[in-house]
Design a binder for this molecule. Structure first.
Ligand code: GLC
Length: 447
């Protein structure tokens, strides 16, 4: 049978046709079919829905953001001396993983090396052995993390930044090719180390595959040769998901930051990554306000109803401790998920297109979950009749029956008086629900 080619969609179409506020990063990466995972291989990730992101490193000592070295032009010696002070007291990575579980995450992604070059494992490939293993702490935190994830049944994700501010060649790759080549060599050795030592890795999450703070991961692909790099990564982990930020197109799309999510369902594997706090910094900052619970729940629902995953970042302090405020908020979300998780995990976005700020839906087998964000506005909404299917019953989570009123063009639901945030109505259908599983859209990045 002839293989159907994916439908190509430009950035302008994403915005106009799908009326989307989603802003996918690093679009237009090099294509290489040999590297692509099959939809089946990505299924666990799409079912997992919720992940925990962790930014922790030398910048957590200073508390002024993970870009502090670059932003404040801290001299090399001064910044690198922090490596001898990075000795967390009375800390076990298990604390993070316990919180990940309490939060309801099914996977985690830990920063193993950020743009400052400090590596959190015993890395022989690290230029000048700038690692937590060779310096102050003498600990391999990535190993501790991987072991803790496995013991807790969490899928393992590793964040890695190819670029590294320690190399003058990063800022001038053409003028200082030898130095830039050293940085590239470090990247290849370290990616290979991560992918071999900690195999099987479930997610490889790149960031910072650009050069000299110009252009993008994609325009810097001439330098990094991401297809070659990812072939090495894949040789150790044939089923690992890889994000698009190495300059190769990757296995899923990324939307980054705290902006709201609106528009239609994007039925492709995609992930929103954002901070639990204000988003001013991904690393620890004292008194960074934790986001409001209701706002976070709406964000999660808006992402999942549009078929995305939600990766939420925390920044532990220099001792690896997570603040009381963050811990409480994560547990609060986790408590919500343990009650209503059936409507999130293992679902797909749809079959109804979301109406911004009013409602959206998810479905699994013969059930549709209507997530209602504004009950007053929802009462006026006419929901289209599902195609080739029949609603047998509508009920709340506590089994209270919800009245269905047929009307022209669809039906309305008469909700019991409730002021719950994200009121969920379950529609029990006669047959399995078929969503808009048009996974063959390919976003080109062209405007
Ligand atoms: C942004 C930040 C970077 C952070 C990343 C997480 O690119 O600049 O510091 O690690 O987001 O996705």
């Amino acid at each position: 049978m002839e293989r159907k080619l994916p439908r190509e969609m430009t950035g302008a179409e994403l915005k106009s046709m799908l009326k989307s506020s989603i802003n996918f990063k690093s679009l237009g990466g090099i294509r290489c079919e040999e590297l692509n995972l099959s939809p089946k291989d990505k299924q666990w990730w799409r079912d997992a829905k919720i992940g925990l992101f962790i930014h922790w490193g030398l910048y957590s000592i200073l508390g002024r953001g993970e870009w502090v070295r670059y932003n404040e032009k801290i001299p090399k010696e001064e910044y690198e001396a922090l490596a001898d002070e990075f000795i967390p007291e009375d800390f076990s990575v298990k604390e993070w993983i316990e919180l990940a579980k309490d939060f309801g995450a099914k996977y985690a992604v830990m920063v193993t090396k950020h743009h400052d070059g400090f590596s959190l494992w015993n890395s022989e490939g690290s230029y000048e052995h700038f690692t937590s293993y060779h310096r102050g702490a003498h600990r391999d935190f990535v190993k501790e993390y991987v072991d803790a994830c496995r013991a807790a049944g969490l899928r393992v994700g590793l964040y890695y930044s190819p670029m590294d501010w320690r190399f003058p060649g990063y800022f001038d790759p053409k003028g200082l090719p030898e130095n830039a080549a050293l940085m590239k060599e470090q990247c290849y050795r370290q990616v290979e180390e991560l992918c071999s030592k900690f195999a099987p890795v479930d997610i490889l999450w790149y960031d910072g595959g650009w050069l000299a703070h110009k252009g993008s991961d994609v325009t810097s692909a001439w330098f990094w040769e991401p297809v070659k790099l990812n072939k090495i990564a894949r040789s150790y982990n044939p089923k690992m998901l890889i994000n698009p930020r190495s300059g190769w197109e990757g296995d899923f799309y990324c939307d980054e930051g705290s902006h709201e999510i609106s528009g239609k369902i994007i039925p492709v594997p995609w992930e929103k990554n954002m901070c639990i706090c204000s988003g001013c910094s991904w690393g620890w900052m004292p008194e960074d306000p934790v986001s409001d619970f209701n706002w976070l729940i709406s964000m999660m629902v808006n992402v999942v109803c549009r078929d995305g995953n939600w990766l939420v970042n925390i920044g532990p302090d220099r001792n690896g401790k997570i603040s009381k405020e963050i811990t409480e908020r994560m547990r609060q979300i986790g408590a919500w998920l343990s009650e209503y998780g059936e409507s999130i995990y293992g679902t797909r976005g749809g079959p109804f297109e979301p109406v911004d700020n009013v409602y959206g839906s998810t479905y699994k087998k013969d059930k549709v979950y209507l997530h209602i964000l504004d009950t007053a506005a929802f009462e006026h909404e006419i929901i289209p009749k599902p195609k080739d299917n029949e609603i047998l019953r509508a009920s709340m989570f506590d089994s209270t029956i919800v009245e269905i009123q047929d009307c022209q063009g669809g039906f309305r639901l008469k909700l019991p008086k409730t002021v719950n945030l994200d009121t969920i109505v379950i529609l029990k259908m006669k047959k399995e629900v078929i969503g808009c599983n048009d996974t063959d859209i390919h976003f080109t990045g062209k405007e």
